[in-house]
Design a protein around this ligand. Structure first.
Ligand code: TRH
Length: 381
């Protein structure tokens, strides 16, 4: 996508409005930090929800919310209704169609040459994405042109966020004693070597108690690591433990559950790397699970008009390629059950045995998928 850039190390300005949950700020903070680390220029990140930023990036606790400040080379600014523009960046990114304040647009229009203005869109595997990536949208009144940037899973889209050293760090962490073994020991996670280690990051999930019951009654130990998230209420219900909180460990038959505190993004990567199967959600954790190169289950962010079902199917259509019919069926049936859209209304508990049996094949498949995606240019590039 040819963007006319006037500077080799431009000033970037990213605007992020947190709609719900952590995905929006998760993506924006990751992008901002990645650009700085790669030496792509200076980056200013405006965030409307300072509390959400602090959870994703605990270093922001040291920054004065009113004044803003620097974390990992990124200039953090609180975007409030009293917004006053600074000298705009040469590249201005509005994330996920958040509307730029009128004063910002005026300031951008006064700049010569006009800034490159990018609308970073949500990730989707749907085929129409390639046709819309890079599309221009001139401002109706000001001399500014906005370009749409769509992340994606093939060369027709804008790629996925992947830090340059991510996969090398992951592999080193998995084998070094101070990596995975130390991480598990520090959390008191003492699962047997043949246990299935599962991370569970999810929205509310009414079907969880039945799945936990299936795991508790199974032959193989299932060690579930649950970072604090919206699913915790269902975990409490499933275990009959109303006060369950971070730091707790509960055993029911073959099921051992550990609740973990919400960590920074690096800590969340470690959780994914430590597990054999990852339940993820939304956008950013969904992508990180793919870089973890282990089987995963995606809970898509629900949309009112059920548009998310099409997005789920679009990803499945890509991801299932290369699996046998039986393996593909096992994965698709479990994923659909987890998202409440199985055509036969199967529950995750009913779909679990076939999915569990397919895990060795899905493990190889996850590695292959990761390699194919890693061969494409990443989003920051
Ligand atoms: O929080 P999400 O549900 O975000 C969603 C999606 O982005 C969706 O597309 C968007 O429309 C909606 O919000 C409003 O899930 P997601 O995208 O996985 O973001 C979670 C972020 O939290 C991700 O960056 C990983 C991070 N995280 C941590 O940093 N530490 C943790 O302990 C955990 C569990 C997550």
């Amino acid at each position: 996508m040819p963007f006319p850039l006037s500077a080799s190390r431009p000033r970037w300005e990213i605007f992020c409005q947190v709609v719900d949950n952590f995905g929006d700020i998760g993506v924006c903070w990751r992008l901002a930090a990645d650009l700085v680390r790669r030496g792509c220029g200076s980056v200013r990140l405006w965030v409307d929800d300072w509390a959400a930023l602090r959870r994703i990036c605990p270093d922001a606790n040291a920054v004065d919310e009113a004044l803003g400040g620097n974390v990992q080379g990124v200039e953090l600014r609180h975007w409030t209704s009293a917004f006053v523009p600074l000298v705009p960046g040469e590249i201005v990114v509005e994330a996920f169609a958040c509307e730029l304040p009128p004063a910002q647009l005026e300031a951008m229009a006064a700049l010569r040459p006009a800034p490159v203005w990018i609308n970073l869109e949500y990730l989707s595997a749907e085929a129409w994405v390639a046709g819309c990536h890079g599309m221009a949208s001139p401002h109706p009144r000001l001399p500014l042109v906005k370009h749409f940037f769509f992340p994606g899973f093939d060369a027709g889209g804008g790629g996925l966020l992947r830090e340059a050293d991510l996969l090398a760090r992951r592999d080193a962490w998995r084998v070094r004693p101070e990596g995975r073994a130390a991480w598990l020991a520090a959390r008191g996670i003492d699962s047997s070597p043949d246990a299935l280690r599962v991370s569970l990051f999810a929205y509310e999930q009414a079907e969880l108690p039945a799945l936990f019951e299936a795991w508790a009654c199974g032959d193989r130990e299932v060690c579930v690591l649950v970072p604090e998230s919206r699913v915790l209420g269902d975990v409490r219900r499933a275990l009959g433990h109303e006060r369950l909180q971070a730091g707790d460990r509960v055993q029911r038959g073959a099921l051992v559950t550990h609740v973990l505190p919400f960590t920074d993004q690096a800590g969340y990567d470690a959780l994914l790397w430590a597990c054999d199967l990852n339940f993820v959600r939304g956008e950013d954790s969904f992508v990180r699970a793919q870089w973890a190169a282990r089987p995963f289950v995606w809970q898509i962010y629900p949309q009112a008009d059920a548009a998310h079902h099409d997005k789920l199917e679009a990803f499945l259509a890509r991801y299932l390629q290369g699996l046998t019919v039986a393996e593909a069926d096992a994965l698709a049936r479990f994923w659909r059950a987890w998202n409440g859209c199985a055509p036969d209304r199967a529950s995750p508990a009913a779909a679990w045995p076939a999915f569990a049996a397919a895990l060795p094949a899905l493990d190889l498949h996850a590695r292959r998928w990761c390699d194919v995606q890693a061969a494409l240019p990443d989003l920051a590039t």
